[in-house]
Design a binder for this molecule. Structure first.
Ligand code: ZN
Length: 188
C-alpha cells in the first residue's frame, strides 16, 4: 500500500474509528464496562440491566451530553452556562429493552424518592405549627429530606446513563456485563 509509506497519512486507528459509522454492519459494541450504541440503532429485546428477556417492552429516552469542561462556564455565569448547554451539547434518542423486574425497581425508586421528598416538604410546612423546641428539628429534617428524596428518585430511576455522545454514537454506563458480552469489542 502506498499509504504505508506516506508520513502525512492519518494514523490507521483514527481512520478506523472515524469510518466505523459507515463501514460496520454492527449497531452496538462493548467498550470496557460501557455500551456504545449507534444513534437510531434497534437494540435486542433484552434487559439492559440484567440481559433477561424484555418481552417486547421498549424504554426510550432523549439523552444529552457535553464535555464536562463546559460546566466550568457555570462558575463565570449561570446564564452563560445555559447558553453553552443549549449550543454545545450532543443529543441522541436511545431505545432499549427493560425486564419486568427492572421496570418495578425503577417505579419503586421513583415512588420512594417522592415519598422522602414529600415527607421533607410536609415537615417544613408542619414546623410552623410545632412547639418552639421541635420547630428547628422539623425544619432541618425537612430541608435535608426534600433534596435527598429528589436526588435519590432521579438517580435511582435513571436507566440510561450517558458518559459521552458524539455525532454518531452514544456511550452508556451502568449496563449489565451479561448484556455487554453479546456485542463485539469496540477497540478490536
Ligand atoms: Zn432486568
Amino acid at each position: 500500500m502506498i499509504d504505508d509509506d506516506n508520513p502525512y497519512a492519518a494514523p490507521k486507528a483514527d481512520v478506523l474509528v472515524k469510518d466505523r459509522h459507515l463501514d460496520s454492519s454492527s449497531d452496538a459494541w462493548r467498550d470496557g464496562k460501557m455500551l456504545v450504541v449507534r444513534k437510531g440503532a434497534e437494540l435486542p429485546d433484552r434487559c439492559l440491566k440484567c440481559a433477561a428477556p424484555a418481552r417486547g417492552y421498549r424504554f426510550s429516552r432523549s439523552l444529552s451530553w457535553h464535555k464536562p469542561v463546559w460546566a466550568l462556564t457555570f462558575l463565570i455565569s449561570p446564564i452563560l452556562y445555559a447558553l453553552v448547554y443549549v449550543f454545545v451539547r450532543w443529543r441522541a434518542r436511545v431505545t432499549v429493552g427493560l425486564c419486568p423486574r427492572h421496570r418495578r425497581n425503577r417505579a419503586r425508586a421513583i415512588a420512594l424518592g417522592w415519598l422522602v421528598a414529600l415527607t421533607g416538604l410536609g415537615s417544613i410546612m408542619a414546623a410552623e405549627t410545632l412547639f418552639d423546641s421541635l420547630r428547628p428539628i422539623a425544619l432541618n429534617a425537612g430541608i435535608v429530606l426534600l433534596p435527598v428524596g429528589m436526588i435519590c428518585g432521579v438517580v435511582g430511576s435513571q436507566v440510561l446513563v450517558p458518559r459521552r455522545i458524539d455525532k454518531h454514537f452514544v456511550w452508556l454506563s451502568r449496563v449489565s456485563p451479561d448484556y455487554l458480552a453479546a456485542f463485539p469489542d469496540w477497540n478490536a
